[in-house]
Ligand binder design. Structure first.
Ligand code: F6R
Length: 369
């Protein structure tokens, strides 16, 4: 049932091109309009929304962090993202005009469930983004968008994450469509770009041998740091989370702009630092700033592992290891940039002799608070 792979995680990583395509399936009509029929919240109610709050845990929370960039950019509705476990006990400000989006692969995570129950008690509408049909979270929500990633068996989330992102982009576009902040052609353009992601993920998967080799060479390290900016920041957090849970290594993700506010003190000779570099085409200021961050940490001895778009030559002089990803629009980059980090963590875990599919102390769905 592992389809020839040693681990479910490897199988699920390999299934990602199909999974992201499946999330898009049947959600666009012939004229390129999004038809999210499952979102059974009145369009008039969606037009009234004045705030969006995303609640989730772990990897799903990282998907939510990325979604915030797309939602605010495309809909101009303020969006907060909060760990479900913090949200519930904070007395959050919610009312009928708040839309709460609960993201959960399993649909059974107790913290997320409690957060959405609390939101509904305040009169807010809840939209679930979920991978497991008929699970508790979608059953208790006003509407659900299923990710259609297929069953995810490995404890560490991979294909569910990518499909959660696609679902979040669809929700953001849909809200833009309903509210008129995003028009037909613009929506169609993003949909086309999303449709291309499947083969771009495939391309990334075909070039992973050097990443595996690099991972094996780092098996005796204690710490790996991850840096990113804009949507690359949650990608860095996700890369660090994967490494913690699978390789049992100390791993931390930082917003690259925060380096000089503390974390740069951690840099020492030969410390591996993974840097997710934004496209030099889109918001090029961000790109240039991160290139100087790479210079700064390298000057202090870091061993730089740079994930950058094909054709980005500015990073070459400062990259001890360069991992290329295909060019994508800025907001969609996490869909390709996360993949090498999954492979990296999986290979490091294997090299350290860890049980990849069943990391110690973890359960696939966390049904206690
Ligand atoms: C990490 C991981 C966990 C889950 C988290 C939420 O690889 O799998 O962090 O993402 O426990 O689970 P769901 O999405 O089922 O609510």
């Amino acid at each position: 049932e592992k389809g020839g792979y040693d681990y479910f995680m490897l199988k699920e990583i390999a299934e990602q091109p199909k999974a992201v395509a499946d999330t898009l399936l049947g959600r666009i009509d012939g004229s390129g309009r999004l038809t999210l029929d499952e979102v059974r919240i009145e369009q008039s109610a969606l037009r009234e929304i004045d705030k969006i709050v995303i609640v989730a845990c772990g990897t799903a929370f990282h998907a939510g962090m990325i979604a915030k960039y797309a939602i605010e950019h495309w809909t101009r509705v303020p969006c907060e993202v909060e760990l479900a476990s913090e949200f519930r006990y904070r007395d959050p400000i919610l009312d009928q005009r708040s839309l709460v989006v609960a993201i959960s692969q399993s649909g059974e995570t107790m913290d997320t469930l409690m957060a959405l129950r609390h939101a509904r008690e305040q009169g807010s509408k809840v939209l679930a983004i979920c991978n497991t049909n008929g699970s508790t979270i979608p059953r208790e929500s006003d509407a659900v968008l299923y990710t259609h990633a297929g069953p995810e068996v490995a404890v560490a989330s991979t294909k569910a994450f990518l499909t959660q992102l696609v679902a979040c982009y669809l929700v953001a576009l849909y809200l833009g469509q309903v509210r008129g902040t995003k028009w037909g052609d613009e929506i169609y353009t993003v949909i086309r770009e999303l449709s291309d992601i499947s083969k771009q993920v495939d391309q990334v998967l075909e070039t992973m041998e050097p990443v595996r080799e690099l991972a094996r060479s780092l098996k005796d390290k204690d710490t790996v740091l991850f840096l990113g900016r804009h949507v690359g920041y949650p990608v860095a957090l996700e890369g660090a989370l994967k490494l913690k849970e699978l390789a049992y290594m100390h791993a931390e993700g930082f917003a690259a702009g925060e380096l000089k506010h503390g974390p740069i003190a951690l840099i020492e000779e030969d410390l591996p630092v993974v840097v997710v570099v934004p496209s030099p085409r889109g918001r090029s200021v961000l790109h240039d700033k991160i290139v100087s961050n790479i210079q700064e940490i390298r000057a202090r001895g870091a061993r730089t592992i740079v994930i950058a778009e094909e054709g980005d030559e500015a990073v070459v002089p400062y990259a001890d290891h360069l991992i290329r990803i295909p060019a994508t629009p800025t907001l969609l980059q996490p869909l390709v940039a996360t993949v090498p980090l999954q492979v990296f963590a999986c290979e490091l875990a294997t090299a350290r002799g860890n049980e990849v599919d069943q990391p110690r102390n973890l359960a696939k769905s966390v049904t206690v608070e």
